[in-house]
Design a protein around this ligand. Structure first.
Ligand SMILES: [Zn+2]
Length: 245
């Protein structure tokens, strides 16, 4: 893939979740993984970057050949969607968890501590890798039934967790330089490890390189976001610890 030949359609809107013009629709059943893996889980469709269609199709096909029905539970997310998640968490309408999976009491914390607790598991609106169409949260549909509520918790993807086998298999694939990687593979002091989050590096890196602190600051300036003043006061620190990985 020649970088210079490709128009990545990266502008400040596609970087920060304000445009879907850089994305195409991709359906999970575009990939035939055979009848033996038929499950009751509904096929879903996703908006993804056109340059990720081929690699993602190949990965799903390869997973199918190895007995896994690799599905996506979260792909593109817009700025307004990410903002809603953020504001709900600040307002207590959605729980915020700590590393031990215990609900955090935000009210007992300073505003800066609240922000850090939320950002352990949720991206700042405008700075989510899910804005780009290059990043996905995945699961194995062969292991669950329709009424199973996917939580995306460490317990699901490690040890004897329901999706651990697929992720263990993925470890052997990702080390073969297939383009996909886990940007949150380990704890770097900000975002918690997210084994379920996959990114297609050759395209995602183009977005990551362009998401400067200035771009983010300009985007947040207009947003109706709770704790915005404290976020902007600490944006240097936030950018270094949570965004600039
Ligand atoms: Zn994710």
């Amino acid at each position: 893939m020649q970088k210079d030949d490709i128009d990545f359609l990266v502008d400040n809107n596609s970087l920060t979740g304000f445009s879907e013009d850089h994305l195409v629709e991709w359906r999970e059943d575009a990939v035939d993984i055979g009848d033996s893996l038929n499950t009751s889980i509904h096929i879903s469709k996703h908006k993804i970057h056109p340059l990720v269609v081929g690699p993602l199709t190949e990965l799903r096909k390869l997973a199918g050949m190895n007995g896994y029905d690799l599905r996506i539970c979260s792909s593109y997310r817009s700025f307004p969607q990410q903002l809603k998640i953020w504001n709900w968490k600040v307002n207590g309408l959605r729980p915020v968890y700590d590393d031990r999976d215990v609900v955090v009491d935000l009210e007992s914390m300073s505003k800066w501590r609240q922000i850090q607790a939320i950002m352990r598991w949720s991206a700042l609106p405008g700075a989510s890798r899910h804005h780009w169409g290059t990043d996905f949260d995945i699961y194995d549909a062969t292991k669950i039934h329709e009424d199973y509520r996917i939580r995306l918790s460490p317990q699901e993807v490690e040890g004897d967790g329901v999706f651990a086998a697929m992720h263990n298999w993925l470890d052997t694939i990702l080390c073969q330089d297939v383009g996909f990687y886990r940007p949150y593979d380990k704890d770097r002091g900000g975002i918690a490890p997210e084994r379920w989050h996959l990114s297609y590096r050759p395209v995602a890196q183009e977005f990551a390189d362009r998401l400067t602190q200035e771009v983010l600051e300009a985007r947040l300036g207009d947003a109706k976001m709770f704790l915005k003043d404290v976020v902007l006061e600490n944006l240097d620190d936030i950018y270094q610890r949570y965004i600039c990985l």
